[in-house]
Ligand binder design. Structure first.
Ligand code: MTE
Length: 319
């Protein structure tokens, strides 16, 4: 797995990385010693605002080694989750109305074993691992996040997709009482996303259950959200309740709303500008609005792993 280092690292970023690594070490020590250290306590000892339960038994991996992770406050305080409002600070303020337990995900469509799986079953049956990925929003901001989760393929295989399964369609919960933003017709609710089957089964495609070693906060898409690091962030659908194998291309929220602005593929591509802004560079969360911008890489830096999926396709047409 190639490691992509950012070139210019600010001092403050180094501090954030050091704090995060200290905190992780502490949690691990506490775990090994059988100390039931609450996340909040661990966080308080070494800084960091963790408020969610720690996910036990998370395996460390080499994904993203050498990248500098963003601050927890950036990743959890500046969000897109229109079910709770359209301001970046709305989800952190309002997403507490979402009830994430109990939670079940229905998996059906073109598969031999359609059914449901609960979150606790997911934690019991599928090993959790940590992967540090770059995350690039179509709005030209980006961050680096230590996700906890597992390859989407590990879940999909349990339901035995048939040879007719060409795509996978995802839906967020629809419940305007818990998600008051759904009372306004800004989007065609529920939020929908989709992947081609080979994209869904790709080893980089993750279902995330946590960040920074802890369960996902509601504003980040608790209890289960998709993460596809080589695609623009809108593909990473949050608070998933339905996964369906389909033979035909699924209707997805932003693609259907504005097909000339947001494609189905949505692969990060600095050579294809959004009609209203450039995609050549991005701002990293934590840096000032007017700070120097970073070059955006094709497929967000994951070209070696995923470019082969799109061989022979005109990426200007299939954007
Ligand atoms: N999922 C749902 N259900 N609703 C949304 O509004 N926004 C998307 C994506 N998933 C969105 C969603 C967009 S545009 C982005 S950039 C990412 O979530 C943001 O993820 P983050 O808030 O964890 O950074």
């Amino acid at each position: 797995m190639p490691i992509h280092k950012r070139s210019a690292i600010r001092n403050s970023e180094i501090t954030e990385q050091a704090v995060w690594e200290d905190r992780r070490r502490l949690m691990k020590l506490a775990g090994a010693a059988g100390i039931g250290l609450a996340t909040g306590q661990a966080a308080a000892l070494v800084s960091g605002p963790g408020k969610q339960p720690t996910i036990p038994g998370v395996r460390e991996t080499g994904y993203g080694r050498g990248l500098t992770v963003n601050d927890y406050a950036d990743a959890t305080g500046y969000n897109n989750f229109y079910e709770f409002g359209t301001d970046k600070r709305d989800p952190a303020r309002h997403a507490h109305t979402l009830k994430t337990s109990p939670w079940t995900v229905r998996v059906d469509g073109e598969c031999e074993r359609p059914g449901e799986i609960g979150m606790e079953d997911i934690f019991a049956k599928i090993p959790q691992e940590e992967r540090i990925y770059r995350f690039r929003c179509v709005e030209a901001w980006a961050m680096v996040v230590p996700w906890v989760g597992f390859p989407l393929s590990a879940l999909l295989e349990r339901f035995k997709p048939t040879s007719r399964a060409k795509y996978v369609a995802f839906e967020t919960l629809y419940d305007p009482e818990q998600m008051p933003g759904q009372k306004r017709r800004i989007l065609d609710w529920p939020y929908r996303e989709g992947l081609r089957m080979d994209e869904a089964m790709h080893p980089l495609t993750l279902l995330a259950t946590g960040i920074y070693g802890e369960r996902l906060p509601n504003q980040n898409g608790a209890p289960l959200r998709l993460v596809v690091p080589w695609k623009y962030g809108f593909k990473s659908i949050k608070s998933i309740v339905s996964i369906r194998f389909t033979e035909t291309i699924p209707h997805t929220t932003w693609w259907k709303l504005a097909p000339r602005e947001y494609g189905f593929y949505a692969n990060v591509n600095p050579a294809v500008d959004h009609p209203r802004w450039s995609q050549k560079k991005h701002r990293l969360l934590g840096e000032g609005l007017f700070s120097g911008k970073h070059e955006t890489l094709p497929f967000n830096g994951y070209a070696d792993e995923v470019a082969g999926l799109y061989k022979g396709m005109d990426l200007r047409k299939f954007f």
